[in-house]
Design a protein around this ligand. Structure first.
Ligand code: UDP
Ligand code: MG
Length: 315
């Protein structure tokens, strides 16, 4: 066989992860020596960190030529940081991984093994999420259920961004023009031959999560509105149901008035009906707003991220 050496790109988004970088570096290096038949590059994306994450990354890139650093001009969020890394990656396979070692690097050789056997996507499923809080696990479970019920694109449950994707999948992803990049959904949308591995999710080594409850809620909204228009359609049926029951109620009132005469009380039921339908309208207008807002942002066609500088890239 005269095959060229294959290269694997590891993409790591960093946002204020200064304390954890050395641990991360130490955990990753043994993986490279295990798979000596492959070349590796590590694309570190500094997502506008305000601590000395960037300086530490540059130091690593200076001493280890496998490491490159992309400095974004500000904090664009994890999805954009991942996109920046994937765009810059040159490997035959790409593995996005979190910087906090919650995604165990020890799984990388197994992923590579499946890839060499022919898989184009190797998913890493969190078999045990006991390191995440009860609330986070429950809300995540609810989200997957709700999303997969509404959308025709099924997101595999408990699979994060940690996965291996072949070059053909990377190229397919790059063809998707949308600005709102809900990566989990996009990864599922492109399809390809998929194998799933299980792993246990570790607690964070240092620092705290960068995703608050509010951020996660918006993330979930993003996922649902990006991959399903079903919530828009529900309102038609709810409206029809409301109109039908109001019509029946009207007939009932007319008949009652004809039989028993005019009846003064009735403010309560009137007020309830007005308030109820008023709030239904507000909810549906708000929902329309969610979609229209996204269409508005999409039409601006702004770049997903801006790069201030590259470090450690030869050429
Ligand atoms: N991250 C990022 N930009 C952000 C928020 C997070 O690049 O705006 C990175 C973060 O540094 C980490 C990964 O995304 O490498 C996952 O973040 P975190 O561990 O806070 O999320 P969780 O594991 O709690 O879902
Ligand atoms: Mg984490």
């Amino acid at each position: 066989m005269f095959e060229q050496r294959k290269k694997v790109s590891i993409i790591v988004p960093f946002y204020n992860e200064s304390e954890g970088i050395d641990y991360f570096y130490k955990a990753l290096c043994p993986i490279f020596s295990q798979a000596s038949e492959l070349d590796f590059e590590v694309v570190c994306v500094d997502d506008g960190s305000r601590d000395d994450t960037l300086n530490k990354l540059i130091l690593i890139a200076e001493k280890d030529s496998r490491f490159h650093v992309i400095e974004l001009s500000r904090n664009f969020g994890k999805e954009a940081a991942l996109t920046a890394g994937i765009d810059a990656a040159t490997g035959d396979a790409v593995i996005p991984i979190d910087a906090d070692l919650q995604d165990p690097p020890e799984l990388i050789p197994e992923m590579i093994n499946e890839w060499q056997k022919g898989a184009e996507v190797v998913l890493a499923r969190r078999a045990d999420r006991s390191s995440d809080s009860f609330l986070k696990r429950k809300t995540a479970e609810l989200f997957y259920r709700f999303h997969n019920h509404l959308s025709s694109i099924q997101i595999p449950e408990n699979v994060g961004d940690f996965r291996l994707i072949d070059r053909i999948v990377v190229d397919a992803l790059k063809q998707l023009p949308e600005q709102h990049r809900f990566m989990k959904g996009l990864f599922s949308w492109v399809g390809f031959k998929t194998v799933t591995l299980d792993y246990v999710r570790n607690p964070r080594i240092t620092g705290t999560t960068k995703f608050s409850g509010w951020k996660l809620w918006n993330f979930a909204l993003e996922g649902i509105t990006s991959f399903s228009a079903t919530p828009l359609k529900y309102w038609t049926y709810i409206g029809v149901l409301g109109a039908a029951s109001t019509f029946l109620y009207a007939i009932f009132i007319i008949v009652r008035t004809l039989i028993y005469g005019i009846d003064i009380p009735g403010y309560a039921s009137l007020l309830v009906a007005v308030l109820f339908f008023g709030s239904l309208q507000l909810i549906s207008v708000g929902l329309l707003g969610e979609y229209i807002g996204r269409i508005y942002m999409e039409t601006k066609n702004r770049p997903l991220y801006l790069i201030r500088r590259h470090y450690g890239v030869k050429q």
